[in-house]
Design a protein around this ligand. Structure first.
Ligand SMILES: *Cc1c(COP(=O)(O)O)cnc(C)c1O
Length: 459
């Protein structure tokens, strides 16, 4: 084997070359994978080798074997699920994160890591319109952001009821009611399950999946008195709709509830004056969850939890170890998240925000919304028999055909065609095709190709 430095050089050169080839191919490649997982595994080889291999050869094997099984999720023609791409500065910064190999748990372990954390956290609070002194944790994604925010919520509402959950656990604790919109994201339910809170109580929603204030008022009035959490949503994955925060948050607070907001992709509406109205009032909540790997377009894994009272986040997430060399005057990164050791996840977030600036971020959000609106117009105009079934207020468009069988068939043909990717789903009792415009690089041509592909599939 060559000397350590040379092995890095050769392996990184291969990775760089293959990464560039991948990115350059995104414009023309079919979006779906060209092969299945079994073929990729066969090309990789299933046997663990007896001895070592050259690092550059390992990277070459990986890139060659994986390539046909990759989905072009970073392409501007990927509209499935709610998945962002990655901005150039964020991707390059993410490479540095791996090369630096900092443990961003502690200031003592990485002054640079925590400096970036602090700046990125302050910028996030600013652009998301959240309280400047809130606690911010860099977690793996929206699910863990919901988990961390709801953990702070659980402990705080139990503490107000005179119960110390950290000391006594949940057995024998006052029961915690959790009220959610009937169309909340299922990751809220799984977070509540991890937290020992069981299934939430669904509250009725309107035709766009937004929680109805009258139904919330009735639920708050009717149930048993005691600790309550209300979990609201900024951005419904089907309609893109936002719960009415200005009406619901004060009502929940009057009932003594902690209010959490799942804004995995929708909280970013705050970053543009044109969409800010959608999240009006959300800043009055107690905790918020969002993803940076969706609307902000940084690489996975990047979620963010924000808690108004940093002490509530710390007491839910942190632990003490004498070996940890903590600085008592400072809320260490590991005290705000479920993990201890972690990569410097805030670095790509910082790079994305630094490269966009305030106006670039606003333009990013406006661009996604503009393309979603253009999709809706184009579908109504050019796709025979298609109906846009949601009010297109943000980045999501749902369409359907005359009946479920036809919608499924068009979806199947669209995926076989490969020019774009849209996800099938069921919404309000009906099969739909869902278009999520979440990639910074999507442009008018991509939208036009999407409409053409739909027209072909429907023809
Ligand atoms: C994507 C999403 C989540 C879950 O986020 P992950 O990053 O996939 O864990 C939660 N809520 C909403 C509204 C989402 O769109």
């Amino acid at each position: 084997m060559s000397a350590p430095r040379e092995s890095f050089d050769a392996a990184l050169d291969v990775a760089h070359e293959r990464a560039r080839a991948w990115l350059e191919g995104l414009d023309e490649r079919v979006v779906r994978a060209k092969t299945d997982a079994g073929s990729v595994a066969a090309a990789l080889g299933r046997e663990l080798p007896d001895g070592p291999a050259d690092p550059a050869d390992v990277v070459r094997l990986l890139a060659d074997a994986a390539e046909p099984g990759l989905v072009a999720t970073p392409s501007g023609r990927f509209f499935g699920f709610v998945i962002g791409g990655t901005l150039p500065a964020a991707l390059a910064a993410d490479w540095l994160v791996s090369a630096w190999d900092q443990n961003a748990a502690l200031r003592a372990a990485s002054p640079a890591g925590t400096a970036v954390d602090d700046i990125a956290a302050a910028w996030l609070l600013d652009v998301l319109g959240l309280p400047a002194d809130a606690g911010v944790g860099f977690v793996t994604g929206g699910t863990m952001a919901n988990f961390a925010g709801l953990a702070a919520a659980r402990d705080a509402v139990l503490a107000r009821a005179g119960w110390n959950a950290a000391q006594r656990g949940l057995a024998g604790a006052p029961s915690v009611r959790v009220l959610v919109g009937a169309e909340r994201h299922d990751s809220v339910d799984v977070a509540l399950r991890y937290l020992g809170l069981g299934a939430p109580e669904p509250v009725a929603v309107d035709d766009q999946g937004r929680l109805r204030p009258d139904a919330l008022a009735a639920a708050l009035r009717s149930g048993p008195r005691g600790p309550v959490i209300v979990s609201l949503q900024a951005g419904n994955i089907h309609s893109g709709g936002f719960d009415p925060f200005t009406e619901t948050i004060p009502m929940a607070h009057d009932a003594g509830a902690w209010v959490h907001v799942d804004g995995a992709f929708g909280l970013w509406a705050a970053a543009s004056p044109r969409t800010r109205g959608l999240v009006e009032g959300a800043e009055a909540a107690d905790s918020w969850a969002t993803d940076a790997h969706k609307t902000l377009n940084v690489p996975y894994d990047s979620g963010i939890v924000v808690v108004r009272d940093p002490a509530a986040l710390r007491s839910a997430m942190s632990y003490h170890g004498d070996y940890l060399l903590t600085d008592a005057s400072y809320l260490e990164p590991y005290e705000r998240v479920p993990e201890t050791s972690r990569r410097a996840r805030s670095v790509p977030v910082w790079a994305a925000l630094r490269s966009l600036g305030r106006s670039g971020l606003a333009a990013l959000v406006e661009g996604l919304c503009g393309h979603a609106a253009a999709f809706a117009d184009g579908i109504r105009r050019d796709v025979a028999g298609a109906e846009v079934v949601n009010d297109v207020v943000f980045t999501q468009v749902c369409l359907a055909f005359a009946d479920d069988a036809r919608t499924r068939e068009v979806g199947r043909r669209l995926m076989a065609d490969g020019a774009v990717w849209m996800t099938g789903s069921r919404w309000r009792g009906r099969e739909v095709l869902r278009i999520s415009v979440s990639n910074w690089s999507t442009d008018h041509t991509d939208v036009a190709r999407g409409i053409d592909a739909l027209a072909r599939a429907a023809g």
